[in-house]
Design a protein around this ligand. Structure first.
Ligand code: ZN
Length: 376
């Protein structure tokens, strides 16, 4: 039985420990204590040292009682975006939120809560279970850096569930996009804006012309593109010689992404060249797509778990990246599962107690379903 009071206490403990990316130390210590309490073998890797943070990924392991059961791993990330300092909680009935001056951090502490409480329930009930690894990663919010540094050989041969998206609870994310970050630096020529503007080449005008001719926003049902940040110029009276544009494109289909990214790059280059400016465009592919079907084992197990807790399985797609992308790129099947929050990365972020309980029930059902999946 999942106890709502206990789940709430765990969640409140977690959100009250400040843990922005690279400053997960106190949270790592807390979850390590909780995993030790569950009787798990617990270790922390050196990912923190490698990326300049103060804590590593925390990994818990407990051998199963049923050697034929499918081994799985359960994962969530410890870091949050900011602001989180001086968090003031507001609890109204079923809803937990803040006073609006900070985020809540339910992304991803709702996931950590569900894993800790759901797995504790499995152990309390003494039901048959396979090998389970629990991974609490660092620095997910700054480019999936903890999961990237993790020694993936620990979890090879397992299927993983990454509890790192919002409502609906137990929503099964069947696919995730690849993401290109596109940095365009446009170099024109400086000149005095009042004395000899004809000698200048405005990098801002070149960037504007390029952006105005670019396909942006929703490109198709699988592809999106955005200009996220623009900075440049020195002063009102100087024709600007440099502007930097930070952009991105995402797609569930790598071929479509190639087309969109090439379009953005060539538009910057052509429009700059037309004015006698130069566009230096740097493209970085951020992570890799995955796509599951209802015939895949990890989806079958998750769907059975969903049914077990009285939720009609929901097969969804998402526009964001997560640690699951890293695991899949490393050849380890993983999918993202929905938890109990809304409004991630915003001060309006909130979680529901009933949703936290349901997600915990789902985690327990997942371990049970993986055990029942043996020999299937
Ligand atoms: Zn997250």
């Amino acid at each position: 039985m999942i106890d709502a009071e206990r789940v709430t206490r765990t969640f409140l403990d977690l959100v009250q420990i400040n843990s922005p990316s690279k400053q997960e130390r106190r949270l790592a210590d807390y979850v390590k204590g909780r995993l030790v309490d569950l009787g798990m073998q617990v270790k922390e890797d050196d990912a923190g040292e490698k990326i300049g943070g103060n804590a590593g990924n925390v990994i818990g392991f407990l051998p199963g009682t049923d050697s034929a059961a499918a081994p799985i791993f359960l994962s969530a990330h410890m870091d949050t975006v900011e602001p989180t300092d001086a968090l003031n909680l507001v609890i109204e009935g079923d809803i937990i939120k803040t006073d609006g001056s900070t985020i809540l951090g339910a992304d991803d502490k709702a996931g950590i809560t569900a894993i800790l409480e759901g797995y504790a329930d499995v152990l309390n009930r003494g039901i048959p279970r396979g090998d389970v690894h629990i991974i609490f990663s660092i620095c997910e919010e700054q480019g999936l850096r903890g999961a990237t540094q993790l020694d993936h050989s620990i979890i090879r041969g397992k299927m993983g569930y990454v509890f790192d998206t919002g409502m609906p609870v137990a929503g099964l994310i069947m696919s995730a996009p690849t993401h290109d970050s596109i940095m365009a630096e446009i170099h024109g020529k400086a000149a005095h804006a009042g004395v000899n503007p004809e000698d200048g080449i405005s990098a801002i005008v070149a960037a504007s012309k390029a952006i105005s001719k670019m396909k942006l926003g929703r490109i198709d049902n699988e592809t999106t593109a955005n200009i996220g940040r623009i900075e440049g110029g020195k002063a009102r009276n100087i024709v600007p010689d440099t502007v930097r544009v930070s952009a991105e494109a995402r797609s569930l289909d790598n071929a479509k992404l190639d087309v969109q990214t090439a379009h953005m790059k060539s538009t910057f280059e052509q429009e700059a060249a037309a004015m006698g400016a130069i566009a230096d465009v740097t493209i970085k592919r951020q992570y890799f797509t995955y796509r599951w079907t209802q015939n895949d084992a990890l989806v079958k197990i998750a769907a059975a778990a969903s049914t077990r807790v009285g939720i009609e399985p929901k097969f969804l797609t998402a526009g964001g990246g997560s640690d699951a992308n890293i695991y899949n790129a490393a050849g380890i099947p993983a999918m993202v599962v929905g938890t109990a929050y809304t409004g991630p990365h915003a001060t309006s972020e909130q979680a529901s107690i009933s949703g936290l309980v349901k997600t915990s029930e789902f985690v327990a059902a997942l371990v049970e379903s993986a055990a029942a999946f043996s020999g299937n």
